[in-house]
Design a protein around this ligand. Structure first.
Ligand code: CMC
Length: 439
């Protein structure tokens, strides 16, 4: 197969199937920024061949207007706005509005959205019972995956995903209820009473309240910690077509219930190569134990046979510093200062690890830089959040990204069920052999 780009007003790529006289001309589509894409939809019809791209490294699975990443330049934009500006000047609720609706809200729109989300923070009392079914030592990701999926049982029969208003209510419900479900998963694991949401608090404050407060004591928010939590939520809110978002889209493309689709997204997020990395970073630092063991650990990482990865390093798209990691590093120092933590051995170790890795040829050649998860775990640990809750927190933040992408997909007139093809390398057709005739 050979291909050539033809530079006319509307560029196309001509693909010729070598050895036959068949060729096709494929349109090249341009986005507002980022690389052009070759529209291969008629490739199979014209030439009878599929494309092969396991891991989707070179495949745009959809058209989207929500988030843009330039991995080489270390740029992340939500609806065109740089993540640095949003982390500094906005807050999670405003960012949620932006992701869902495409524009920054007016003061009245923001107030209405804040109220709308706040109104849905409580969960059906019957849902409490689901928690009792889990073991106390269950991983909270397993718990929230189950309980969020169970929301589908509460809001299914009357949910019409083709009705824009109902889609909106489902989105509000998910954004509003996920902190309550996440906090209750934690409370259940430590045997403390569930704290009901407080609608007089901000989104981040309320989440910290439900995680940390107990009925027997008064609780007041700490502005620095609330700000840090809010920033973590903003930084994790969306990240274009990553594994969990693609999972939500794929599940949603079948017309499935949105609560079930988000539960599928939670399952995909859990893996250590994705959202589970923040938990894995802390586990890794704990196992290394002290800075003098870092060189040995790094040599293990470089040994292909050891299957050891430097967790919190590397990214499919960022081949330069992850912009979220930069902000996270600053927030990490702010939080430790606020909490009066002068010597945090884990942070010292993380910084030493970063220093060594960034000057080592193995990491330089492969363009492996710290990602968002490298620092978030240290902040969360300092805030008293247990390691097993780190990925849950990521899920709380990413829910708005999932629902925004799900909404965008349903509202896209060209949307079809997601149905990838394959390169089949198994047995060709053969006749069944009865059991008695097999050796
Ligand atoms: N430590 C050591 N080597 C690495 C690492 C790492 N963390 N990441 C990639 N490499 C090597 C990899 O072995 C390969 O080497 P070679 O070319 O010699 O075979 C090369 O770098 C290219 O890596 P890749 O596996 O082709 O990259 P990928 O795009 O498939 O994987 C990744 C991306 C994020 C899964 C991977 O970098 C990784 O596993 N990182 C650690 C887990 C982690 O921190 N994940 C959080 C990602 S950020 C949060 C999120 O968005 O979910």
């Amino acid at each position: 197969m050979s291909s050539s780009a033809t530079g006319a007003a509307k560029p196309t790529v001509t693909v010729t199937l070598d050895g036959s006289n068949r060729n096709t001309s494929l349109p090249v589509l341009s986005g507002s920024i980022g690389p052009d894409v070759v529209d291969i939809r008629k490739l199979y019809g014209d030439l009878g061949v599929f494309t092969f791209d396991p891991g989707y490294g070179a495949t745009a699975s959809c058209e989207s207007k929500i988030t843009y990443i330039d991995g080489d330049a270390g740029v992340l934009l939500y609806r065109g706005y740089p993540i640095e500006q949003l982390a500094e000047q906005s807050d999670f609720i405003e960012v949620s509005y932006l992701l869902m609706y495409g524009e920054l809200p007016s003061p009245a729109q923001l107030e209405a959205f804040r109220k709308g989300v706040t109104y849905h923070t409580m969960v059906h009392e019957q849902l409490r019972r689901f928690f009792d079914g889990f073991r106390r030592d269950a991983h909270p990701m397993a718990v929230i995956c189950g309980v969020v999926g169970a929301l589908a049982a509460f809001y299914h029969d009357n949910l019409d995903i083709n009705d824009p208003h109902q889609r909106e209510i489902a989105a509000y419900r998910l954004i509003a209820k996920i902190p309550t479900i996440a906090a209750w998963a934690y409370k259940y694991s430590i045997g403390q009473p569930f704290m009901y949401p407080r609608n007089d608090l901000s989104y981040a404050e309320n989440f910290l309240y439900m995680l940390n407060a107990v009925p027997a004591e008064p609780w007041t928010p700490n502005p620095i910690l609330s700000r840090a939590m809010d920033r973590i939520l903003v930084l994790h809110a969306d990240h274009e077509q990553n594994a969990s978002t693609s999972t939500v889209r794929l599940a949603g493309s079948t017309g499935a219930n949105p609560f079930a689709c988000v539960a599928a997204g939670i399952a995909a997020l859990w893996g250590p190569a994705h959202g589970g990395a923040n938990e894995a970073v802390l586990k890794m630092l704990g196992e290394i134990g002290s800075p003098e063991n870092i060189p040995h650990f790094i040599s293990e990482v470089k040994d292909k046979n050891s299957h050891t990865k430097l967790m919190g390093f590397g990214h499919r798209v960022y081949k330069n510093f992850d912009p979220r990691a930069k902000i996270m590093k600053e927030t990490c120092h702010e939080v430790l200062a606020e909490l009066g933590i002068k010597d945090e051995p884990l942070l010292d170790m993380a910084m030493e690890m970063e220093r060594i890795a960034l000057s080592d040829d193995y990491f330089i050649q492969r363009k492996l830089y710290p990602n968002v998860d490298f620092y978030s775990g240290i902040i969360l640990k300092a805030m008293g959040i247990p390691t097993s809750m780190f990925t849950v927190l990521f899920a709380v933040a990413r829910t708005v990204g999932w629902v925004s992408q799900w909404k965008e997909m349903i509202e896209d007139p060209s949307q079809r069920i997601g149905r990838p093809r394959q390169l089949y390398t198994g047995a060709t057709q053969r006749d069944y052999v009865s059991l008695g005739r097999r050796a």
